[in-house]
Design a protein around this ligand. Sequence first.
Ligand SMILES: Cc1ncc(COP(=O)(O)O)c(C=O)c1O
Length: 401
Amino acid sequence: MAFLADTLQRIKPSATIAVTDKARALKLAGRDVIGLGAGEPDFDTPDNIKEAAIRAIREGRASKYTNVDGLAELKAAVVGKFKRENGLDYKPSQISVGTGGKQVLYNAFVATLNPGDEVIIPAPFWVSYPDMVMLAGGEPVPVVATAESGFKLKPEQLERAITPRTKWLLLNSPSNPTGAAYTRAELKALTDVVLRHPHVWVMTDDMYEHLVYDDFVFTTPAQVEPQLYDRTLTVNGVSKAYCMTGWRIGYAGGPAELIKAMQTIQSQSTSNPSSISQWASVEALNGPQDFIPVNNKVFKERRDLAVSMLNQARGIECPRPEGAFYVYPSCAGTIGKTAPTGKKLANDEDFVTELLEAEGVAVVQGTPFGVGPAFRISYATATSALEEACTRIQRFCGNLQ
Ligand SMILES: Cc1ncc(COP(=O)(O)O)c(C=O)c1O
């Protein structure tokens, strides 16, 4: 319809929604469906965080607008977090708080991209990245990092992808959808390339920082290469580690001039994120952190269960990721085979559709994440349900003709 903006012709609705809708319809029709699509912890927000929010409401601290990009108390808590956990020194004027990490990333793109500006996005990527870049008028430049390279971008690939129009390298470690995380040495190899190209900035999405297993040590680009501090935006949030996806608080640290531009954009769109959620986030960042390793122990057990069971499914190969709560198995070995409905599997979309149809297991096809044939499983779900789902996937693959 001509009334709608041209931009919309470039943007697609989230490809993950089709499977979710189908799963919901099957559930409504009385089918026993296990959903492994959700990108959020199944654990509840810790009580001390909930209580902090309730106290803020009762004490009248939540009734009014706050500073556009965050309460002073929350900015101070974020400054403390960056110092304590990442060894990064930021002043409050270098901190931006928004409605989820998603808004913070979006603000940063809107604040910096001119038409034709390029953003290098290692694939597989979080589905929202390319569309956010396009909404902001930029050009996403996906660069495929294969399973053989651990789903990690290699320095020579980065070097080749950089052009005079490159504005950002967007990194996400641990990654949605693969769970892959860069070691310090791997990150250093990439930051060395960026150092040689002074017009390129680094946007790092560290949302899954705390969800790493097997003694993996998380690091972030500005920490690994202090010379890039002045051209790095370090994005993080409370959604995943603190089980607060619904509260909608994300934040970033970066150069004051960029932070100010992001604030201007937020001031003319959504103003401040919810005051209640901000007070809850102050408690999340300043309060006890001991539930994080407790949750991680459960996530690690689930990761190991999923990797082991999926590798026993015929035609499936599942790498063991370092972090997040996703695995990203290849289903290349099932392509060309025939499902119980008689449908021949031509791609990963067919694989997930037929799996849902035959066994009631909802997973997300890999193609929208930029690398297929593969699928993403979120193991942020009850262990018993995960085990049952993996058994069904094994049966589905075993029954393919
Ligand atoms: C890689 C990545 N970045 C950012 C986000 C957005 O987080 P938030 O809920 O804080 O907006 C997500 C959520 O799924 C994610 O997977």
